[in-house]
Each structure stands twice: as structure tokens, then as C-alpha cells.
Design a protein around this ligand. Structure first.
Ligand SMILES: NC(=O)c1ccc[n+]([C@@H]2O[C@H](COP(=O)([O-])OP(=O)(O)OC[C@H]3O[C@@H](n4cnc5c(N)ncnc54)[C@H](O)[C@@H]3O)[C@@H](O)[C@H]2O)c1
Length: 282
């Protein structure tokens, strides 16, 4: 159901790789709500090609940008403002990647060059986006920037690896930059901490199916889907949430506040408490 919540608003959406991507769903919903926007992704993702289908569907242009490269970001903002005919009202940062996760390295045997790449792509990139936008004065007053996070920023998920540090840093950058951008330009910056979601990045994490099932059993509302995440992001881009900034907002069906659920007790609790004796390693 469309309510014209983003009528007249201009945006930049990072991270639509394929139709499972959270950013893909956000782009579809933003279009339904009346926004115009530019889609962006890394050159390698553009070569995959799916993003151009989304561009056609949403009447958007695609601009290539590696989110770790400030030159690319400057070009992205300048070109977007030209194409859209003015400053930006909303940005979705839906970007994450860990070479350590990709290569399957154990958390106690991380490659530190890879770890720096994880932090740069998945967290520092948010700072780069915000700093570039501020320097170019590219975001309108009351504009809204949303980045996607995961509860591994607060709690240990054994196979989430260095992405946990990246998410903790991402949320911290949203708070710190949110202060400065709010003071100077009334721009708000938030992170949305989303349920496990079946996407390329999500399924790249070891044991993802267990993450997904466990969270689904634990949450009173079940896991939030990517389409529901898109709905939530739209509210945060809209003028209905103008005074929300510097927050990490859980969008997880209640998971983050749970200890144990009836569902887990009844259906999923199979080890009878002796799994530690059987599994010495992890
Ligand atoms: N899937 C989940 O379970 C889940 C849960 C919570 C949060 N998130 C977060 O949601 C965000 C989107 O992920 P997704 O699940 O939609 O997966 P996805 O794989 O569809 O999206 C990740 C995107 O990051 C892009 N990217 C990687 N390196 C880049 C670079 N250098 N420059 C520009 N873009 C780059 C990829 O091309 C891809 O489009 C990520 O931040 C992810 O950590 C995902």
C-alpha cells in the first residue's frame, strides 16, 4: 500500500546486488512511495548485471562507486545531484563484506589485512559517505541516512567473525556523525539492526541457517523479512520520523529483548544440555 510518504524526495541507495538484497526491496518501496533515486554499487556488482533490471523497473540511473573510495563517492554525489535536480533527502547504506568470512578463516586465525578491508567496506565507508556528503553540502535539512546493522554488534555470534567489530563500529559512527550532522544541517543518521535475512551477504556467514532458525523460534513475531525491513526504512526516510537520530533501531520481531521462548523449549531444544560435553571446539 502506497501513501506517498516519499513524494518529492531524492535519494541514493547503496547495495542492491540482486532481488534478494535488502536494498532491492527498499528501492522498490521507495519508488512506490513516490521517491526518485540513484542506485549505486561496486563495479564488480554492476558486472553481475541484475541492478540494471531494478533501475529499469524503478526508473533510476545506476552510478558505479566503490564505497571505500572517496573519489568515487564525490563523483556519485555530484552526478546524483545533477541527475535528480538538487540535493539528496535520503541515503540507504546497505553494504557489507568480510574477506575473512568469505575465505572461511576462523575468528582466532584472522588475516589482519582482510580485517582492515572488512572494517573499511562495512563500517568506515559510512563515515566516508557522510563526510563526502557534508563536504559537498549534498543532503537537504531533515535528510535521513540509514545503515543496516546486525545484533552481533552487541552479542557474540560465533561464526559472524570480524563483521561483529564492523557492525559495532558502524553503529558508533552513526551516533558520532549523527551528532555533528544533526547540529550543522539537521540531518539524521540511524542504523537498523535487522533479523537474519536470506541474501547473498547473509548466507555467506557460516551456520547462517542456524542463525535464521534460532532467531525465528526466539522472536515472538518471527524474523522480519527484507520487505518488512524496506517498510521500516521508508518510515525513517519519511517526515514522520524527523526527530529520530543517532539510534540503533532493532527490526527483529522482538528477538533482541528475548531470553528464551516457548517455541525453543517445545520444538528446538534438542541437546538436553550435554552439547558442551560432546563438542569441545566451539
Ligand atoms: N542478510 C542478513 O541476514 C542481514 C542481517 C542484518 C544486517 N544485514 C546487513 O544488510 C546490509 C545489506 O546486505 P544484504 O543482506 O542485503 O546482502 P547483499 O549481499 O545483497 O548486499 C551487500 C551489498 O554490499 C555491496 N558491496 C560490497 N562491497 C562493496 C564496495 N566495496 N562498494 C560498494 N558496495 C559494496 C555488495 O555488492 C552488495 O550489493 C549489509 O550491511 C548486511 O550486513 C544483513
Amino acid at each position: 500500500m502506497a501513501n506517498n510518504l516519499l513524494k518529492g524526495k531524492k535519494g541514493i541507495i547503496f547495495g542492491a546486488l540482486d532481488e534478494n538484497s535488502i536494498a532491492w526491496k527498499v528501492a522498490e518501496r521507495a519508488k512506490e512511495e513516490g521517491a526518485v533515486f540513484v542506485l549505486t554499487n561496486a563495479p564488480v556488482a554492476l558486472r553481475k548485471g541484475d541492478i540494471f533490471r531494478l533501475a529499469e523497473k524503478t526508473g533510476s540511473e545506476v552510478i558505479s562507486a566503490d564505497v571505500t573510495q572517496v573519489d568515487d563517492l564525490e563523483n556519485l554525489f555530484n552526478e546524483s545531484m545533477k541527475l535528480l535536480g538538487g540535493k539528496i533527502d535520503f541515503i540507504l547504506h546497505s553494504v557489507g563484506m568480510s574477506p575473512n568470512v568469505r575465505k572461511g578463516l576462523h575468528y582466532t586465525e584472522l588475516d589482519y589485512n582482510y580485517m582492515m578491508k572488512t572494517l573499511d567496506v562495512s563500517a568506515i565507508s559510512l563515515h566516508k559517505v557522510l563526510q563526502t556528503a557534508l563536504n559537498l553540502d549534498a543532503i537537504n535539512e531533515w535528510g535521513s541516512v540509514v545503515a543496516l546493522s546486525y545484533i552481533a554488534a552487541q552479542r557474540t555470534f560465533s561464526s559472524y567473525s570480524d563483521m561483529a567489530q564492523a557492525k559495532a563500529m558502524l553503529e558508533s559512527i552513526a551516533r558520532s556523525f549523527g551528532y555533528h550532522y544533526g547540529k550543522r544541517k539537521k540531518v539524521r543518521v540511524n542504523t537498523v539492526s535487522q533479523s537474519p535475512t536470506m541474501t547473498t551477504a547473509g548466507q555467506g556467514v557460516g551456520g547462517f541457517n542456524a542463525f535464521y532458525t534460532y532467531a525465528n523460534c526466539m522472536s515472538p513475531l518471527g524474523n522480519a523479512t527484507s520487505a518488512q525491513c524496506a517498510d521500516y526504512c521508508i518510515t525513517l526516510f519519511s517526515d514522520l520520523t524527523k526527530m529520530v537520530t543517532m539510534q540503533n533501531l532493532y527490526h527483529d520481531g522482538g528477538y533482541s529483548t528475548m531470553g528464551i521462548s516457548d517455541k525453543l523449549i517445545e520444538d528446538c531444544f534438542v541437546c538436553q544440555g550435554d552439547c558442551h560435553d560432546k563438542n569441545d571446539n566451539d
